[in-house]
Design a protein. Structure first.
Lengths: 267, 226
């Protein structure tokens, strides 16, 4: 067996670490530049193609929000029921309303909704964008004098932001009200003044944090999934790789955003 | 003297597929020119058409459109030029997530600011010629290649292009549709529209071509025919 020179091994290792670091930094710089460009495009809003833009945005809201309701509501009911049931048994020791608000409205609600949107829509957007790149459909849009970033990417960004805000609100409402109704109807657990406790526990900060998380999650999911899709070259085998990387990255970024916002507001 | 529409100077393009690429060539296309491309490799002829459509960034050289140099630094600066180019090539596609009808009307309605993508009568007539009037609600994956190609031809013909770039159609179009496509192209050219094509239809070349572009081993030369 040949023993490698330790200096060469060290140099290879340092080289690998350096390359990975540069690639990582470069990727996040590219991602930030793409996000900046999309957000700037959102505020530019020229007259040209506005009607079609509205139409495609509405379609996206329908795909991401309306079609996701049959997943979001059952998940919210299951989560809400089990949380309310378990915490109501220890409500003598804790403020049940406050616990439910912290867990559902501030933390679990937004991140669970984001997870559902990532699984349903972000993967779909990356696959669709990737295939359109491979099949030269983006070139087709360009040959029509249409900016793909404007007619294809922007409606997905606006649609996902809008959908996330609506879905987080629906998730929290279904989990709290639906969970409460199920527990009240199917168990003998004492639930005196539950809704009053929730109303007392909810502060304007909870609404703001929840809405901000939904908004930032929407931006992050749309930007990452589109960026990964646009990064696909000419080979169809790049599409599943981009989809898988995009989904994991979306989730990680959402968790970081959630942590930062919770830290900033509740420190 | 006809106005120079496109002027290419010192252009070099990297090879695609199994082609040689194109090295340091000049080419001028004036209003009303009908140019036939003849080459030793399809990939090089195709590359030339892609270059004219501003779909390939040159390694060197400048492309002038009506005297103004195209700026390849940002793809958005090329969009106004691309809008003026009808591109009926082997790699032209339809959007797979839209119906055939929406694909045909997409650009027109985007520019006109309409919400509806309903196919207008004038376009419906063209669809009848190609026999796709009953397929307008289907998506590209639900129709035959022949019909996809026909939809691409209609989309590009109604675009109001100043330059029409056309590549072999016979392999993807049935005989009837091929003749219709040639007839429509002739009608289109009678409006003094500039065209560059690479399909080898002897009769069409004799009748319409004013210049020939010959590409041999990556070298391009322009030969006047009329």
């Amino acid at each position: 067996m040949q023993i490698r020179n330790p200096l060469v091994v060290m140099s290879d290792f340092a080289g690998r670490v350096g390359r990975r670091t540069i690639e990582g930094v470069s990727h996040y710089l590219d991602l930030s530049a793409f996000a900046w460009r999309m957000i700037r495009e959102m505020f530019r809003w020229p007259r040209e193609g506005r009607s079609l833009l509205y139409r495609v945005t509405l379609e996206q809201v329908y795909f991401t929000a309306v079609q996701a309701l049959w997943v979001v509501i059952p998940v919210a009911l299951i989560l809400g029921t089990s949380l309310i049931m378990q915490f109501s048994k220890v409500s003598g020791q804790f403020d049940l309303g406050k616990i439910i608000v912290v867990i559902i409205v501030r933390e679990l609600g937004p991140i669970t909704t984001a997870l559902i949107v990532i699984l349903r829509s972000a993967t779909a957007v990356t696959i669709e964008t990737g295939y359109m790149n491979v099949l030269r459909e983006m070139e087709t849009l360009e040959m029509g004098g249409i900016d793909p970033l404007r007619l294809y990417a922007l409606p997905r960004l606006i649609g996902m932001m809008t959908a996330m805000v609506c879905l987080v609100f629906i998730f929290a409402t279904s989990a709290i009200l639906g969970g409460y109704a199920i527990v009240w109807m199917s168990t003998n657990i004492a639930m005196q003044n539950f809704l009053l406790q929730i109303a007392k526990a909810l502060t304007p900060e909870d609404y703001i944090v929840s809405a901000l998380k939904a908004l930032f999650f929407g931006v992050a999911i749309a930007v990452v999934s589109l960026f990964r899709g646009f990064s696909v070259g000419r080979s169809i085998t790049e599409v599943p790789v981009a989809t898988s990387k995009g989904a994991v990255e979306c989730l990680l970024i959402c968790m970081v955003i959630s942590g930062i916002l919770s830290f900033l507001f509740y420190l | 003297m006809a106005l120079k529409l496109v002027e290419i100077k010192g252009y070099s393009l990297a090879p695609i597929g199994r082609g040689n690429g194109l090295r340091n060539f000049d080419c001028t296309i004036s209003e009303g020119d009908v140019i036939y491309i003849e080459g030793d490799r399809f990939d090089d002829s195709h590359l030339f058409l892609r270059a004219l459509a501003a779909l390939e960034k040159p390694q060197a050289g400048v492309l002038y459109y009506r005297g103004e140099a195209l700026d390849f630094s940002d793809y958005r600066k090329l969009l106004p030029y691309k809008r003026k180019v009808g591109y009926i090539s082997a790699d032209a596609t339809l959007l797979s997530n839209r119906t055939i009808g929406e694909n045909i009307m997409w650009q027109r309605y985007y520019l006109e600011g309409r919400k509806s993508l309903k196919v207008v009568d004038e376009v419906l007539n063209l669809c009848r010629i190609f026999g796709i009037e009953d397929k307008l609600d289907l998506r590209p994956s639900q129709v035959f290649r022949d019909e996809v190609r026909a939809a691409i031809i209609i989309r590009e013909l109604i675009k109001g292009a100043e330059i029409l770039l056309v590549e072999p159609a016979r392999d993807t179009l049935s005989r009837v549709h091929y003749d219709s496509a040639v007839q429509l192209t002739k009608e289109f050219l009678s409006k003094k529209v500039t065209a560059v094509f690479s399909f080898s239809d002897e009769a069409f070349i004799r009748e319409a071509a004013t210049k020939k572009v010959r590409i041999i081993e990556g070298k391009l030369e322009v030969i006047a025919l009329k």
